[in-house]
Design a protein around this ligand. Structure first.
Ligand SMILES: [Zn+2]
Length: 60
């Protein structure tokens, strides 16, 4: 019988939360492996939002 010590779910998250809110679409997006080296620089959830940041997400 292995003894399992459960110390919460915070063990998987680093000091900073791996989640940001896209200023274009206003939706939260989660960390991705492709952003591992540039997570601090990531602002938009996707390339689409990054390019269309000047245009509102809602259709005119
Ligand atoms: Zn977005």
């Amino acid at each position: 019988m292995p003894k399992k010590h459960v110390n919460g779910r915070a063990a998987q998250l680093p000091a900073q939360r791996r989640e940001k809110i896209c200023p274009v679409c206003g939706r939260p997006f989660a960390w991705r492996r492709r952003w591992a080296q540039q997570w601090d620089e990531v602002v938009y959830c996707s390339e689409r939002c990054r390019r269309g940041r000047n245009r509102p997400s809602t259709s005119p």
